[in-house]
Design a protein. Structure first.
Length: 264
């Protein structure tokens, strides 16, 4: 029997989703250890995608395979035994051939930045002190990113993929200049390693006028290569929505909803 587990996590204290060769406190490691404890046998959890260290997910799905239906309330038990920074929203029985990663038709990410120091935001929004940005240039650069098809220039390890083509269906920048905040929202059929954090790097370069739109166009078209790229801080990034053709997920974006206030 196959189950999807719909959950969310605060990635601050984790080395990303994926279990590593050496124990590194990853989300997958914590969840698998908890499941194995509850079922008294080794269980593996397969995730809908990777997240980097420090990145959050307000909507994330994993799949597990069981020999039989649980004899207890799995959602309740998981929430009682998992740490406070991982929350389970739903347990969903699916067909054995349905796959949590390969069946996803769209994923959405949100990236939050603030440049006026605010202790409430520091954990879930990237703080860049005293930014002076040209938002018009950044909006144009956002449109350019949304019209891009081959994202090799903003991929951390492009050679690990058969191709670096992504189908962007939504790409928008929301700005609250008075409060000193912005949100970058993007939806695609797939994402590459480091892709969004490198997109933010380029947007900040454009906004601070350290790079021209013409230079960005040349980079995105792969006419020139920028070797020295620094990914934006991880804590501003949220995996916020996963879409499946056969599944209607309940809204779980409570924190994202609060962070979007004034930026939607």
């Amino acid at each position: 029997m196959r189950y999807f587990i719909h959950l969310g996590f605060d990635g601050t204290n984790y080395r990303g989703w994926q279990r590593q060769k050496q124990p590194r406190n990853t989300v997958q490691e914590v969840i698998e250890d908890t499941l194995s404890k509850l079922f008294k046998q080794d269980l593996s959890a397969y995730g809908c995608g990777r997240t980097d260290a420090g990145v959050h997910a307000s909507q994330y799905l994993i799949q597990i395979n069981l020999d039989r239906a649980p004899s207890f309330d799995l959602k309740f038990r998981l929430n009682k035994n998992l740490p406070d920074d991982i929350a389970v929203f739903d347990i969903i029985e699916v067909d054995d051939d349905q796959h949590v990663r390969y069946d996803a038709v769209a994923r959405s990410y949100d990236y939050f930045i603030h440049w006026k120091k605010d202790p409430v935001l520091m954990r879930y929004s990237a703080f860049y002190d005293d930014l002076t940005l040209d938002f018009g240039l950044m909006q144009t650069a956002t449109t350019m990113l949304g019209n891009t098809h081959d994202f090799r220039p903003v991929c951390k390890q492009p050679d690990i993929y058969p191709n670096t083509i992504c189908q962007i269906t939504h790409c928008k920048l929301y700005i609250d200049e008075e409060r000193g905040r912005l949100r970058f929202a993007i939806t695609s059929n797939r994402f590459l390693r480091g892709m969004i954090r490198f997109c933010i790097f380029f947007l900040l370069k454009i906004g601070s006028k350290e790079m021209t739109l013409s230079e960005l166009a040349d980079i995105l078209a792969q006419r020139t290569v920028l070797e020295e790229k620094v990914p934006a801080f991880p804590n501003g990034l949220f995996l916020s929505k996963i879409v499946y053709p056969y599944l209607e997920l309940k809204n779980s974006h409570h924190l994202i909803g609060m962070l979007k206030t004034g930026l939607s």
